[in-house]
Design a protein around this ligand. Sequence first.
Ligand SMILES: Cc1ncc(C[n+]2csc(CCOP(=O)(O)OP(=O)(O)O)c2C)c(N)n1
Length: 670
Amino acid sequence: MSDNIDQLSINTIRFLAVDAVQKANSGHPGMPMGCAPIAYKLYKNHMSHNPKNPKWLNRDRFILSAGHGSMLLYSILHLSGYDISLDDLKNFRQWESITPGHPEFGLTAGVETTTGPLGQGFANALGMAIAQEYLAAMFNKDDMKILDHHIYGICSDGDLMEGISHEAASLAGHLKLGKVIFFYDDNNISIEGSTSLTFSEDIEKRFESYNWQTIHINDVNDLDQIDKAITSAKGETGKPSLIITKTHIGYGSPNKQDTAAAHGSPLGEEEVKLTKKNFNWPEEKTFFIPDKVTEHFSDVMTKGKIAENYWNKLFDEYKNKYPAEAEQFTKIMNNDFGNEWKLNLPSFTDVGAQIATRTASGNVINAIEKELPTLIGGSSDLAPSTNTLIKDKTSFSAANRVGGNFHFGIREHGMASLLNGMAMYGGIIPYGATFLVFSDYLRPAIRLAAISGIKVIYVFTHDTIGLGEDGPTHQPVEHFAALRAIPKVIVIRPADANETVEAWKVALEHKGSPVALILTRQKIPVLDRSVISPAENLSKGAYVIKDCDAEPQLILMATGSEVSITLDAADILNETGIRTRVISFPSRELFEMQSKEYKEKVLPSKVKARVSVEAGVALGWDKYVGNYGESISIDKFGASAPYKILFENYGFSVENIVNTSKLLLNKISG
Ligand SMILES: Cc1ncc(C[n+]2csc(CCOP(=O)(O)OP(=O)(O)O)c2C)c(N)n1
């Protein structure tokens, strides 16, 4: 074994990863073996972090975007003193362990975000940097900087091949996010072999053109080069830095180094032995941590404690000098946003007025934003259409960090992943907007927000063929179903302006998962609440919006813009003696959270004649309409025409609802 404590420590990281992957008989040993020196230098020498308080607000963040190299992260967290035991490392990838295949936010101390789907961690980190800039501008004072830290990360070839890295890096350079320092694990290998198969752009030129600083390390095992690179990255405060680092996948493995074989499979018993021999490491030992290494790392916790104590003192002084700000900062970072905003929620009393729900949503945001200064967001170049601009706030930019309006550019995927980073940073309620049809472009990041248990609010407008002339490319049909299919995502499609207010209220009060608000482009009537149930019922997901005099024979259920025509159809049916109940059904997820009794009350099992009315695919409605029911739906693509003509031709008319209902009743009774 080497006498050099640095080498000994780095090799410990390497072999913890190698042994854990071997024991689990699955995982990725090559990346940790190559990048161990980076993790070592960051956690041991450069990062300001306290392993005993992984949530300390002013810690440096580290994001392993190449999440498949998770054992690198778990090993360095263990050695640094985070709450990950050696047994946890031995349980890598096992049932209920805190060391899953890829890092998961909220599960493991010191894991800042969920990574694995390549490119996401990279963009999340940039979102965290945005959050830091915004909160720092809000709370830092010239004499006291309570948020002043770096955001480090490692990204791989795969991260930089993914489109999302282009979107996010482009915006980050434009916004001059100088606190970001990413290492690029430049090992020339991905799963199918050499990256020369697919990847020949000049990364340095690419990032320079994004307005990043680029730095080179031509041998990751030269620790001086790592130190120098970090120092010069920190020295550049006006640009994010990419440290292009030459590494070797599977470093030290005699037969697998620099080959794809080291990427995603255990080295194999024999090769593990040969590799240990190569490093002069005790061959017979597994999960071996030399005492000297344990000792060597003990100062990480001491230094971390001192750093946090120092910050605590600074924050005490801040509290004395700026008590109001300190109180607000503490509340916000604890996700306590108060209740004042609720008093400002608008109410739409102009019955019969025609208001698009996107317009109502814009009114809500603007009515409450003052009481919610960290409700911030924007759109991917569609703010005038999504109505998401906050009129009294400026735009966030390189020169203006207090701006609460974000211009993400036409970068939906990047936007969604940046929003995730903003949410994970804490203190921010981020929202992002685009047309519903483009929710597909955000989908991977929405899924990760749901897995990570973080709240991001999506404002998806232009929600059906009701958007009209733009035609089938812009008309969502499968998108309600597609969003509802993601576990934990709360999808809400309000029926009118007042339900839109309630939808925002639910979204803002909800915790622990993303919320998608689905809104119309076209104007729809403000429903007359003096004759139907109050819009507050939206929080139950589905409610009887208008009932018949006695027990219903027929139940009509509708969402969004289809509710008003369904109410009209029910009036006709009731007049003809068919006792018809109408259910406004804005959110399946909220409805499923209700008690069995409530659900039975709204949808009595004995009423078999049920019709759903929603301008999207029927998928999923069978659960509610049952075996005998019908769905008025769109199970094909839309078309380019004025929306009223489309609604008529696709069956979303009072007449068709009435006829479908009558036919159904005949069928059932016959
Ligand atoms: C979005 C996405 N697509 C595909 C994968 C599967 N995958 C995991 S790692 C990887 C590429 C590996 O190459 P690289 O990023 O260079 O990592 P290294 O081999 O150097 O560890 C792929 C395709 C993934 N994790 N995420």
